[in-house]
Design a protein around this ligand. Structure first.
Ligand code: ZN
Length: 374
């Protein structure tokens, strides 16, 4: 791997390149040319690290520290982009920087970001929480070995995350691992389940809609317990008819925000263009309430995975952030989903009692990643 090799080279005791402007530029170029001749991926990554060292030297004095491996990420397409803003006298970056060489091996990077005063350059420790790399979208053979990908900066801090689901399982299927990990790291997670889930088995000879709703309420409580969350707020609105109840839903969500008006709150909802009428109603309401209260709104897709093709123009892919789940996260999410007995197993042999979440659907929703639209 070029990334590992480059890191090894810059970490070796005898690695030193003369800085530009020091009168030994030819020596610098000759060393980089040698590296690129050996392996262009390695050479490019070493060059970026050496550039960062020179830039840091010029701007702030000093340079890179031992053990660090720097990238310089300055691509500026119109979208996606990284924005920086001052919060409590500290700069916070959010957004996605595309085409980052060394995306998963660099420890630090110089990153350009948009501010109110134009584009500025930031030195970023990439090991900080909230930084994630996704190299899966890079297919140019010429740069394949440079570990190039998109890096997301998720610096928007919240103390309280209000999670909005249309049905009692959306939040677990769409973002169970993320919300579980947010709760474990100290964020207050308030899950709000809008509908009673009573319409998942129309005509069932086994359970009446009311009984089904009771089962699903218990299943959701068990699943949120597995994820380490407080029980979801059960709103009990009619499954399948949320679009008729949007003013009421907005009032519910505004009420949850009003409980802690000074908390830094974020809304996380099922996606407003997910292709299911209830999901879309939930997403629309979350967006309107978030906008009205100046609260950031993030969304997770569920049904999108059933209809979207790769690169589907109906999906704003540049807003999709990918989060890799570790084994423990994924195990917790799988265990939580196991609690949804009425959805993952047939209620009986009758066709009306078939499992709603068949194996192929679960396989899609239980991958080792979760996806959030920003
Ligand atoms: Zn749903």
């Amino acid at each position: 791997m070029s990334g590992e090799r480059a890191r090894e080279i810059v970490g070796s005791a005898d690695f030193a390149l003369p800085r530009p402007g020091s009168g030994r530029t030819l020596e610098r170029f000759a060393a980089l040319t040698r590296l690129c001749t050996e392996d262009i991926g390695t050479g490019r990554l070493v060059e970026a690290h050496a550039d960062a060292d020179a830039i840091l030297g010029e701007i702030v004095g000093g340079g890179v520290a031992p053990g660090e491996f720097w990238g310089v990420w300055a691509a500026k397409p119109p979208r996606p982009r990284v924005d920086a803003r001052l919060v409590d006298a500290r700069w916070q970056l959010s957004g996605v920087k595309p085409w980052c060489s060394g995306a998963t091996v660099c420890t630090h990077a110089l990153v350009t970001a948009h501010t109110d005063a134009g584009i500025r350059l930031f030195a970023v420790d990439l090991r900080a929480p909230g930084v994630s790399a996704d190299t899966s979208g890079w297919h140019s053979p010429g740069m394949l070995t440079t570990d190039t990908g998109d890096v997301a900066f998720d610096a928007v801090p919240v103390d309280r995350l209000v999670v909005v689901s249309a049905h009692p399982d959306d939040e677990v299927l769409g973002a169970g691992a993320l919300i579980s990990s947010a709760a474990r790291s100290g964020t207050e997670v308030v899950a709000v389940c809008l509908s009673d889930g009573s319409a998942s088995h129309p005509g069932s000879p086994t359970l009446t809609p009311r009984e089904l709703a009771e089962h699903r309420h218990r299943e959701l409580d068990a699943a949120t317990t597995v994820l380490g969350l407080e029980p979801s707020r059960w709103c009990g609105l009619p499954d399948g008819r949320l679009a008729e109840r949007e003013p009421e839903i907005e009032a519910i969500l505004a009420g949850v925000l009003a409980e802690k008006p000074v908390a830094r709150t974020g809304l996380l909802s099922v996606w407003s263009h997910d292709g299911h009428p209830d999901h879309e109603a939930a997403g629309r309401c979350a967006q309107r309430v978030g906008d009205a209260h100046g609260v950031p709104v993030w969304m997770f897709p569920i049904w999108m995975w059933h209809w979207a093709a790769p690169g589907d123009p109906a999906v704003p892919w540049d807003r999709v952030r990918t989060f890799s789940l570790d084994d423990a996260d994924l195990a917790r999410k799988r265990a939580a989903v196991e609690e949804f007995a009425t959805q993952i197993r047939p209620l009986s042999d009758a066709p009306e009692d078939a499992a709603v979440l068949g194996p192929h659907i679960l396989a899609r929703l239980l991958r080792d990643r979760e996806f959030i639209l920003t």
